[in-house]
Design a protein around this ligand. Structure first.
Ligand SMILES: NC(=O)c1ccc[n+]([C@@H]2O[C@H](COP(=O)([O-])OP(=O)(O)OC[C@H]3O[C@@H](n4cnc5c(N)ncnc54)[C@H](OP(=O)(O)O)[C@@H]3O)[C@@H](O)[C@H]2O)c1
Length: 302
């Protein structure tokens, strides 16, 4: 009798493990999308996202200011997947026109959302909110102009696009939003106050959005250092030297591949590479210690 019960328990556990394994494999291979919209697709991580989704989607909409670089990315995507349709939208997501990016066809997130709708799309399966800029400056002296621009591009534009595109997301079968934050989105970082604040804001807004809408999968993507142009193009005080990319910087192609899988799996947050979960837990459990370590690494004594 006892042996029969043990065998039954063992068989039940084995069955549950098998069901879980099959379920996780089914989720793992889910990879076909209709329409994917990507902001900041002209370089770095956004370019890598575009190449990843070129293999998985039927229709890509790529957005950034630089028309030429977007056209080059679109050509690469079509080469990867000849049946793919790609449209590009040259737009400055900020409502404050920039003097560095040349002419754009659309100014501001509202106008960009209208340009997306004008393409005649009936639904959006995945909206990748990746466009971003950085700022290097001590918190106490960061100019208001940097604060306004960084918040506008990194936070407000993502909110406005999402709100305007919700009707198109709601008609997709399994709609997803991927919003690109950073390690600095949960660990306040010296000399990156405004950038860090803009990324923290994304966690607050998109966390609430996900909680309100069970039908919508929202993944917050938090990369560490990436080997991209972000640092070189960051806003900084005149004369301030922004250090070069760290030698530990990760390839954006690797980060995008990991992120795309996490988005397909419906994860709420992904930290890339995984070792930076240590920073997350340090911020939750021992924030004072983390602040001391950060101060030593980022703040030089005068
Ligand atoms: N690099 C890192 O170490 C790192 C780490 C964590 C998170 N991230 C995040 O990753 C995302 C992508 O950055 P990246 O590292 O790939 O840097 P990147 O190569 O400089 O890419 C930034 C992208 O955003 C676009 N963009 C910037 N301002 C814009 C505006 N006003 N309107 C429309 N598009 C705009 C840029 O295109 P145009 O210039 O053509 O407009 C470009 O396509 C950002 O959200 C960034 O915060 C980066």
């Amino acid at each position: 009798m006892g042996i029969t019960v043990n065998v039954a328990i063992f068989a039940s556990i084995a069955l549950l493990v098998a069901i879980y394994f099959i379920y996780s494999r089914v989720r793992h291979v889910e990879r076909s999308y209709g329409t994917v919209v990507i902001t900041g697709a002209s370089s770095g991580l956004g370019h890598s996202f575009a190449l990843q989704y070129a293999r998985r989607a039927q229709y890509l909409v790529l957005i950034a200011r630089s028309r030429q670089r977007l056209a080059d990315v679109a050509t690469e995507c079509r080469a990867l997947s000849p049946s793919l349709t790609v449209d590009i939208i040259s737009a400055d997501l900020s409502s404050i026109p920039s003097d560095t990016a040349g002419d754009v066809d659309h100014q501001g997130a509202e106008a960009t959302a209208n340009a997306i709708k004008a393409l005649g799309i009936s639904s959006i399966d995945c909206l990748v909110l990746n466009a971003g800029i950085s700022s290097h400056c001590p918190a106490a002296v960061t100019p208001l102009s940097h604060l306004e621009r960084v918040m506008d591009v990194n936070f407000t534009a993502s909110v406005v696009l999402t709100q305007r595109l919700m009707p198109l997301l709601s008609t997709a079968t399994r709609p997803r939003i991927a919003v690109v934050s950073s390690i600095q989105g949960f660990a306040p970082t010296p000399t990156r106050a405004v950038y860090s604040a803009s990324k923290h804001a994304l966690h607050g807004f998109f966390g609430a959005l996900a909680t309100e809408n069970a039908w919508l999968n929202v993944t917050v993507v938090c990369p560490g250092w990436l080997d991209t142009n972000l640092r070189a193009s960051s806003l900084s005080r005149p004369g301030a030297k922004v250090s070069a990319n760290s030698k530990h910087a990760l390839s954006p192609d690797v980060a995008a591949a990991v992120a795309v899988q996490a988005i397909a799996d419906g994860k709420r947050m992904i930290i890339i590479p995984r070792r930076f979960w240590l920073v997350y837990w340090a911020q939750v459990l021992v924030p004072g210690l983390l602040a001391r370590i950060m101060r030593r690494s980022y703040c030089k004594k005068p």
